[in-house]
Write a protein that binds this ligand. Structure first.
Ligand code: UD1
Ligand code: CA
Length: 474
């Protein structure tokens, strides 16, 4: 018995005013389709078929570039003739996996979750249903299909536009997610007709057709109050973002994370944070980011796909695909570009950029410095304004700085170059040669002092100044 999924993702989302398929619009930095795929994978579904339509090539590109646990394929719906018609396009997929159950979901309802999927499957299997609809009780059911309950299940779903006044008052709605016994679905799917208010092939009509064949249909009320929420326009999308944002922050509050203020705070679904960490306003954590315990993330940090250890203090830091070990202090106004590894106890001060480099334990990079393509050892001190000159306009080269080195202010290190253990560079040097261990390198013009040179010029300059002063004092 296999359990698989078909995700309906053919919609354009005209009201979003975007060239993308609607399901690729983001909620907390991830496309809605990603949320749905993740829920299916978390529920251990093995094969997924995505029905694409509008801007189909973008769906293919997304699915192909994603590292997926499930086996994912896509099928094309040339014309958008309704949810039933969309599922018809997955005929080959359904036939190839005939003996199991198929979950049908809407790609624009991102908050479906694995517990709901599995809870509904349990009811579906226990009651030996042909179809089990995932439902939600909502205050405002406008626009949704209404669930018609019977003594031992349901008798069907009536679309909002087809409802009579009595049905309009029903508050249990169709989330657009269902478990079907795959072979039963195939038996009735091609019998539905577009005889309804919208002239569409309604997938929901399958339910009555199955019941007419003596099969069982039931509804599973999800514990998740957001399960049926969809985004049809930018307002709706912003609302989903706000809901996701506060749900995620709520979970972190339970885990002992402190939020001084949640203004502008946005944390992705795959982020983990250790207890005792404090988060200030404007912090954005994205992708596979891990933050350790007892850290302070000051204002406006953006951290993406980065591992941060314990007791780390970041203030106005942007970090991408990097590692920051324990007891590090960084900021303000620092950027760590991809592949930076900041080891334990390092201090990095204002206006520093680091890229594709390792910074060894207890090294200090206090201010105004660029370190790119470099291997920096432990306990190195960088003066103000150091630049690793890693690019000659054509190729990039590495800089190696060994343990305990001392890089004077305003040093340029022309890569490839090596600064030996404990070596010094004189301030203002442009270092072009490797420096042996414990040496001092001075590579700058020799001082030349011309006695009295300035006094000749000074007269002209001061005269003008004196004149100016006289005018002012009049
Ligand atoms: C559908 C349900 C309704 C339910 C609601 C939940 C039907 C007939 N009605 O209504 O009971 O309450 O979802 O959101 O199924 N899609 C395609 N191709 C199509 C039509 C739709 O891929 O030809 C996709 C859409 O992109 C969307 C999903 O299917 O992701 C749902 O379609 P939509 O038109 O929004 O369905 P509703 O009329 O809202
Ligand atoms: Ca809809």
């Amino acid at each position: 018995m296999e359990n698989n999924a078909v995700i309906l993702a053919g919609g354009q989302g005209k009201r979003m005013k975007t060239d993308k398929p609607k399901v690729l619009c983001n909620v907390i930095g991830e496309p809605m389709l990603e949320w749905v795929l993740t829920a299916c994978e978390n529920a251990q579904l093995e094969n997924i078929c995505v029905v694409k339509g509008f801007a189909a090539e973008m769906i293919d590109e997304y699915v192909n570039n994603r590292s997926s646990k499930a086996e994912i394929q896509t099928v094309m719906q040339e014309e958008r003739l309704g949810t039933g018609h969309a599922v018809m396009q997955a005929k080959d997929f359904l036939e190839a996996h005939k003996d199991g159950n198929t979950l049908i979901l809407c790609g624009d309802a991102p908050f479906i979750d694995a517990d709901t999927i599995n809870g509904a499957l349990e009811l579906h299997t226990q009651r030996d249903c042909s179809v089990t609809v995932v439902t939600s009780r909502v205050e405002n059911p406008t626009g949704y299909g209404r669930i018609i309950r019977t003594e031992n299940g349901i008798s069907g779903i009536v679309e909002h536009k087809d409802c009579d006044p009595y049905q309009l008052a029903i508050t249990e709605i169709n989330s657009g997610c269902y478990w079907f016994k795959t072979s039963d679905l195939l038996e009735v799917l091609f019998d539905i007709t577009p005889d309804n208010a919208q002239g569409e092939y309604y997938l929901t009509d399958c339910i009555e057709l199955l019941i007419a064949k003596g099969k069982t249909a039931d509804a599973y009320i999800s514990h998740n109050p957001n399960v049926a929420l969809v985004a049809n326009d930018r307002r709706g999308l912003l609302m989903l973002n706000d809901i996701a944002r506060s749900e995620i922050i709520g979970k972190f509050l339970d885990d002992g994370i402190e939020f001084c203020c949640t203004d502008g705070v946005s944390i992705g679904n795959n982020v983990t944070i250790g207890a005792g960490t404090v988060i200030h306003s404007g912090v954005i954590l994205r992708g596979n980011t891990t933050i350790g315990e007892n850290c302070v993330l000051g204002n406006n940090c953006i951290i993406e796909n980065t591992r941060v250890g314990n007791n780390v203090n970041l203030n106005n830091v942007q970090a991408y695909e990097s590692v920051i070990e324990d007891d590090v202090k960084i900021g303000p106004y620092v950027q760590l570009r991809p592949n930076s590894h900041i080891m334990r106890g390092v201090k990095i001060g204002d206006f520093v950029e680091i890229k594709n480099s390792t910074i060894g334990e207890y090294t200090a990079v206090a201010h105004l410095t660029y370190i790119g393509d470099s291997d920096v050892g432990a306990n190195v001190n960088f003066g103000c304004g150091v630049v690793t000159v890693n690019y000659n306009g054509d190729k990039k080269f590495r800089t190696v700085i060994e343990d305990n080195a001392f890089i004077g202010c305003n040093t340029n290190l022309i890569a490839p170059v090596r600064v030996g253990k404990g070596a010094y560079t004189a301030a203002g040097s442009t270092i072009t040669k490797d420096i042996p261990d414990n040496a001092l390198a001075i590579e700058r013009g020799k001082a030349e002092i011309k006695e009295g040179y300035a006094s000749r010029k000074l007269k002209a300059r001061t005269e003008k100044y004196e004149q100016q002063k006289k005018i002012e004092n009049k």
